[in-house]
Structure formats: C-alpha cells, structure tokens
Design a protein around this ligand. Sequence first.
Ligand code: NOJ
Ligand code: CA
Length: 527
Amino acid sequence: MKKDFLWWRDGIIYQIYPRSFADSNNDGIGDLPGITSKLDYLQDLGIDAIWLSPIYPSPDVDFGYDVADYTDIDPKFGTMRDFERLVKEAKKRDIHIILDLVLNHTSDQHPWFIESRKSKDNPYHDWYLWRDPKPDGSEPNNWTSVFGGSGWEFDPDLGQYYYHMFYPAQPDVNWRNPAVRQEMLDVFRFWLKKGVDGFRLDVFNEYFKDADFRDNPPAIGIRRFDWQKHIYDTSQPEMYPLLKEIRSILDKHKDAYAVGETFLANPEQTASYCRGGDKLHAAFNFDFANCRWHPERFMKALNQWYGSLDENSWPNNFLSNHDMKRAATRYCLGEEDQRAKVAAAMLLTIKGTPFIYYGEEIAQRDIHIRRKADVLDPVGKTFWPIHKGRDGCRAPMQWNGEVNAGFSQTAPWLPVNADYPRRNVARQISDPDSVLNFFKKIISIRKSEPALQNGEFKALESQESFIMAFERSLEKDRLLVVLNFSSRELSFDLPVGEWASLINPGQRLSGTMAVHPYQVAILKFNT
Ligand code: NOJ
Ligand code: CA
C-alpha cells in the first residue's frame, strides 16, 4: 500500500514533440519558449511531467533522434537560457521535466563521428562500430537496418564499414569502449545538474551488440529486417549492469526517473529491465498500445504486463507516441470522439503511470500524407507506399481556429490537420462535452482518489464481452471502473453494496447497472 504522492508513479506524463507544440518566433517550428508559454494550459490540464522529444543540436535526418551534441540546445528550439527558464517555470507549477536521451547512436555530424572516420588510429575511431570487410569485400556480417537495407555502410577512405541500426546518418556508438561509457554517463549528470527530473532512453536495449559480431540466424518475415532473429544485434546481457550504474547516478537525485524504450522486445523482456527496483523505473510496453478496439485485448495485454513486473516495479501505459498512428486515428469512427473518451478513461484509471501524447487530450487525428513528395519522415520516404512514415502523428498542435490553428503565424513545418477549425483547444475548452473537458474531469477524479493512482488492480468478469470492468483499491477505498466499448446499451452486475458515481455526483447505484453506449462509469464503494 503506497500513499505518498510520487510524481512519476502517481502522476501523469505528457509527451511533447517540440517541433509541433507551439512556435514562439514564427519560423514554422515549435520551440522551447513556445512550450513555456503553454505551461499554464498544461497545469490546468493536470499533468505532472513533460517528456520532451529530443531538443539537442541535430541535422534532423531523423528529426532530433540524430544528435550532434548531447549537452546543448538546438538553436531552432532556443537557447540554454530558454531551457533553464522552461525548467524553472515548470517547477513553479509542479511539472517535472523528462529529457529524451538518444545514446545508442549519434548523428554522423557529431564531432565524435567526424573524428572517428578520419583514420583508424584516431582516438575516436573505436567510439563507433567499425569493422573490416570480409575478404571478398562484403559486409562484416548479415545485420540489417530497421530503416531498410544493410546495417553496414562502407567508408571508402577508411576501407571499413560502420554499423547503424537506423539510418546511415545515425552510426551506433561503441558502448564497450570505457571512454564512451564514461562520456554517456556524464550526459545524465549534466542534465540532472540543470534540474531535469528524468530521462526517456531511446532504444536502450540496443546499446550493446554481440562482442563477436556473429551473424543473426534466419527467420520468416515480410520485411528484409524480419528475415532474421535479432539475437546478436539487440538485448545483450551487458545492459543489466549498465542500467544499475545509470540507476545509481539517478538515485543521487531526489526522485529522479528513467523510462526506457525497448526495441524488438516482448513484455517479459521489457519488464526484465525494470524488475528488482535497481534498474529502470519503467519501460514502454507496446503490446497494450497495439491492441485493437476490444476490452479483452486490452485486458489481456495489461494482465501480461502486470504479471511480468514484480513488487519492486511499477507499470506505465500509453496509447500514442511520435512513432505510431494516434489512438484517436486508430480507434475513433470518423470525427466521433466517444471512443477517445473511453480510451482516455481506461488509460487514466488502470494501474500504471499514464503517458499522454500532445493533442491526445483533444483527440487530435493524424494528418493524411497523400503524395510521396510530401513525406518528410525518411521512414516514409524509404517504405512508401507500404509505410507512409510517421509524419501523420507529428502535425502541429491545434490550439484555436485562427491561422495555422494558432500554432504559428508562418506555414508550419508539417501541415495542420484540415479539421482544426472544428477541433482545437479553444473550442473544446468552451464545450462541456468535449474530449478535453472529459480528460480534465477524469484527471481531477484521479487526483482526488489515491486508489486510482497507486491502488491495487483487480479485473472483474462481465457477461458482456464489450464491457471492461475493474476495481482499484487502497486501504479502505474501493473504486470501480466500468467502460462500455460498444455503441450498444449493455448491463453490468455491480459487486454487492452501494456505489456512488464520481462522474455524476449524487447518483447511487446497486444491483444491475445499465451501461449506456460508450459510457464511462467511475464508482466508489459507499462504506
Ligand atoms: C525510437 C524513436 O522513438 C524513433 O522516433 C527514432 O526514429 C528511433 N528510435 C531512432 O532513434
Ligand atoms: Ca520557432
């Protein structure tokens, strides 16, 4: 039984893709002063922390996930002073800052890589994964890149290949080199000193590769990348002691936090990086986000996730991020928002820290990219038209019905969704039935009920497969959540006793409850 409020466990984390949140200087790209100007909005929404996708200097081959300097701010986002001001202003509002650390690879424009490729005896050469060709000149082994093609890029001047799991412009660093390890750990220390409260670790289980660079064994799959089992290029055992070392650095700062993004890992492997309380605080479970619209699917994914964690670890849950179609795009029918509300209620009341992706609170939809020529994300450029890339979920935040949705006075780097005159923050604030006001309501219920934050979780059976029902309990408090995932009226047998509705104060229920189409009920046991 846990009671005291701990921000990363009991609070709500809000992911911002900085390019797309708010543009303060009207160059079409969101920036740090833009984010600072929206802190009151975020405080009012009720979030406790912001995860910022990368803000470091970057040539933007992968829009910030190719870092050219780990300890500075890209001028397009502002200055270090702007960042310090953001941290200070956020703290005033009890909002914590989580930075995205992309430490598996750097940009090929990072000074380390520029040095590294100068010569084989350059002190930085061994900071990356350089290998000689095979005697016939071919690649050192069969490893492929998840962004398409071989994982090896040949440098004719050096006569060697370097390895990249992502784009050739994102060379993987050599985490087995102690100097690299030291330098990367110092990056954590640098930002902690600046007042950052936590980190999101990009594809952290990719840091180490097999020391002998063995070939991956074959597998059956659709993409070339899936034609092999990725046992030697990912999830190596060396990651566990490294995570412990990272944790010991974090533990020197009060309540500092790390959440990891696993790559190609199932929930069990993902959980293994959190169990024991001496490694990560949390890691992302993609199975839950990938569920189709059915309560049994979500419940199965949750049970597997909860079951993989131990008493020293705490779950976290998300439905959207900058790499996948938004939940509202996937689940909602047309412009209807009922499913977005059910999804929000589920995310905010199940056990685990909820992550909200910017715009999710207004059920923002993806933009449609119609022509290959319009694609900016290199994933889309490479795989068009099978995969149109990730631009769709990265479009500007829709603030109001004015020009460019109030995001910028200039044409934004990605188009604003054409539905913005109807779907925007300003309009939803004044509509009592909006998704935004629904989010606020559920968040305020969550804030006033510790059982919804860190209580126990118990799934309840229902005759109706489209009902999700569960209890959250903490000490004497018992909360019951009933969600109707369908457009039909269903019924649910309440557990014995009288239950008070927290959504419709004053309403008391017992026995069999009629659950209206897409209804969300949050009930509290009357003692
Ligand atoms: C995962 C990030 O979420 C994604 O956006 C990026 O392209 C890859 N890692 C490579 O850094
Ligand atoms: Ca700007």
